[in-house]
Write a protein that binds this ligand. Structure first.
Ligand SMILES: Cc1cc2nc3c(=O)[nH]c(=O)nc-3n(C[C@H](O)[C@H](O)[C@H](O)COP(=O)(O)OP(=O)(O)OC[C@H]3O[C@@H](n4cnc5c(N)ncnc54)[C@H](O)[C@@H]3O)c2cc1C
Length: 379
């Protein structure tokens, strides 16, 4: 069978892309080397933060608005809840780029928000214990996406729209000729008009021009049982991003695992090929994370409930890479991670479907994410 588009990697981004392509009536094949969903890539660990006052760059906010709308569309299409609203806290010392960036995004995009001090946060959300000189943007629409549920929902919606999805089938190679794209897996050969590469931490294997540009990094997530679990429920515990003396951390309320969840960006700085990243966790991982909870969430630092390793794929400027392959316009590459990509899966699916169909253009403003333009500037 010949397909219109083959999507390699059916994780967060690939599953959304399969749905967006299939609902346009295209013949889609999604190929995944592990299970759907799996715990080998970047999207496991139950939940991912979604937040609007984007400290990384205000240019992400229009994409986020569309991401929210598409998450809701997915819920309607499948009858599964994936988006949970808790509010978000983006906090740090006042002059830190995290607070300043969140405030700038909130103001530029007219987002409802409040600025709170450390003490005001503790009054309103008693699980938090931040120094009073901290400033935070509280934004009521923040929350989390149930990431593995969302992959399942995207795949089911794609299948219902006619997509063929195959797990436990690893793509070994792809080639482009005037006849189209040929994809070779460990089980067979497939042909299509276009190819989308959404291989997460393995992007540089399939697109070698991204070697040294999209670099995998080991992360560890912790879930600790709170002494007062009622303070850590989605109704009383906004998701957070915080820069504290020990580094930059993120966290979420209790959901499915019986503990509040958090992690440290760039954890212990362990980078390397995805294949070689350590998947086990050890006492040093646990100790590093427990210190943070004991200091800033003392009611949350009870027994450990779970520790899981996961992978970031970082770019040098920590912005995503979304672009056509420079040598093959039929091939679209997507590396939307650097530790903050999941919330965008729904809209990335739409953008990648735009780029991989029709004239290969998108109405979304993604100039700042195009690799071609950044590579040219860097050169
Ligand atoms: C610990 C942690 C916490 C995070 N927290 C947040 C957060 O709170 N909010 C947020 O927005 N983002 C967060 N992120 C980032 C976010 O999770 C990632 O941006 C997102 O999961 C990337 O999705 P992906 O589709 O690129 O990768 P994946 O979901 O990993 O999908 C890639 C898929 O490609 C498959 N694949 C690879 N090679 C091949 C091949 N040769 N053949 C077939 N299949 C292949 C893999 O098996 C994998 O399933 C976090 C990431 C981590 C690791």
């Amino acid at each position: 069978m010949v397909f219109d588009v083959i999507v390699v990697g059916v994780g967060g981004m690939g599953s959304a892309t399969c749905w967006q392509l299939a609902r346009r009536g295209l013949r889609v094949l999604g190929l995944e080397r592990f299970d759907i969903p799996n715990s080998m890539g970047s999207s496991h660990g139950v939940t991912r933060i979604i937040r609007l006052p984007y400290y990384e760059d205000p240019a992400y906010v229009p994409l986020l608005r569309r991401a929210y709308a598409l998450w809701r569309e997915l819920e309607q299409a499948t009858g599964r809840q994936v988006l949970h609203i808790t509010g978000s806290i983006d906090g740090s010392p006042e002059d830190d780029p995290l607070f300043q960036g969140a405030l700038r995004s909130a103001r530029e995009h007219d987002l409802p928000h409040e600025v709170l001090t450390g003490d005001q946060i503790a009054e309103r959300f008693p699980a938090y214990r931040l120094p009073d000189h901290f400033r935070a943007v509280f934004q009521p629409e923040g929350g989390f996406v149930a990431s593995e549920h969302a992959i399942v929902a995207h795949v089911q919606a794609a299948q219902a729209a006619g997509a063929v999805i195959r797990a436990q089938e690893r793509v070994r190679d792809w080639q482009v000729s005037p006849a189209g794209v040929k994809v070779t897996t460990d089980q067979g050969v497939y042909h299509a008009g276009r190819l989308v590469l959404t291989a997460g931490a393995w992007m540089d294997e399939l697109a070698p021009l991204l070697k040294g540009v999209a670099v995998a990094e080991r992360q560890v997530l912790a879930w600790l049982q709170p002494q007062m679990p009622e303070l850590f429920t989605p109704a009383r515990f906004p998701v957070f991003n915080l820069t504290v003396a020990e580094g930059r951390y993120y966290g979420l309320p209790i959901f499915e695992v019986p503990g509040f969840k958090f992690g440290r960006y760039h954890h212990r700085g362990e980078t390397g090929p995805a294949e070689s990243l350590r998947r086990e966790v050890d006492c040093e991982d646990e100790a590093l994370l427990r210190q943070f909870a004991a200091r800033y969430f003392p009611q949350g630092s009870g027994p450990t409930m779970a520790l899981r390793a996961c992978a970031f794929t970082n770019t040098p400027d920590e912005h995503f890479i979304i672009d056509h392959h420079p040598d093959h316009p039929e091939v679209t590459m997507a590396s939307p991670c650097s530790g903050h990509g999941y919330k965008f899966c729904s809209v990335m699916g739409e953008i990648l479907a735009d780029l991989a169909s029709g004239a290969g253009e998108t109405r979304h403003e993604i100039g700042f994410l195009r690799w071609g333009e950044r590579r040219a500037t860097a050169a």
